[in-house]
Design a protein around this ligand. Structure first.
Ligand SMILES: [Zn+2]
Length: 255
């Protein structure tokens, strides 16, 4: 029988230690998006490692999308900040592997968003509301351009999450929208093939619904905002599930 003291401890390889040190500098904000890492020579000297070890550390960070290595004369490692795309891709793999349905994803979104509307309504400043109105106005300007409108529509939902003030829920929602986005684009392509009138009518209705949320928030109706957002999300969920453009996450992510 083995005891804790007999369990072999895996000693991290030098490359993993170098990667972990650089990773910490990136996620702590010490290194910023677009910053170049110090030269290979400088890093080899700093960490007292060989070039192959340093390159292995680069490969680890590249696979985590935390750096981007440019080859060639003007090459080098550039910092990329962790973002929703990367989180969505990874979550997407997990959901794909488990055979998750899009209906599962839509339902998660419908549960997550209404409380965000309440939180936003409870704390939004006049300045936040102005910015939210600007996002909504950008949607008005895009109703004639279905692809652009999809982005503006999602911008509004994500702005609500942003002004709700909870970073964790915001990241989760951002991730779900990355997964939903491809299905939305397909839906738009189908709508355009039918002539686009239906899309235009739907997009105008979406704008009115979003404006109504903003008006409730301006009136300080915190519970009303949550109830309205719940109604909107339930309606959207029913709508997309009735016309499935993709049934599973794997179909969505495969594009
Ligand atoms: Zn909406």
């Amino acid at each position: 029988m083995s005891t804790a003291s007999q369990v072999p401890i895996r000693v991290p390889k030098a490359a993993e230690l170098v990667a972990s040190s650089l990773r910490r500098q990136i996620i702590s904000g010490e290194l910023r998006e677009g910053d170049a890492l110090p030269s290979e020579a400088a890093l080899m000297k700093q960490f007292k490692v060989s070039r192959p070890t340093l390159r292995e550390a680069y490969r680890i960070l590249e696979s985590e999308s935390l750096i981007h290595v440019r080859r060639g004369a003007r090459g080098g490692a550039m910092v990329q900040l962790p973002n929703g795309d990367v989180a969505a891709r990874y979550a997407g793999y997990v959901l794909e592997y488990r055979g998750t349905t899009m209906s599962d994803v839509y339902l998660a979104r419908a549960e997550l968003e209404p409380p965000l509307a309440r939180m936003m309504a409870a704390r939004a400043t006049k300045r936040d509301l102005k910015r939210l109105q600007a996002v909504l106005d950008a949607g008005d300007a895009a109703t004639g351009d279905p692809e652009l409108f999809v982005q503006r529509d999602i911008d509004f939902h994500l702005a609500v999450a942003q002004f709700a003030g909870n970073e964790t829920m915001r990241v989760m929602l951002d991730m779900l929208y990355h997964i939903v986005m491809t299905a939305r684009r397909r839906y738009v392509a189908e709508g355009k093939a039918e002539g686009g009138e239906r899309l235009l009518a739907e997009h105008r209705a979406v704008q009115r619904t979003h404006q109504r949320l903003l008006d409730l928030v301006k009136d300080g109706d915190v519970e009303g905002a949550q109830t309205w957002w719940r109604r909107h999300l339930d309606e959207v969920t029913r709508h997309y599930l009735a016309r499935p453009v993709a049934k599973t996450v794997v179909e969505t992510m495969d594009q």
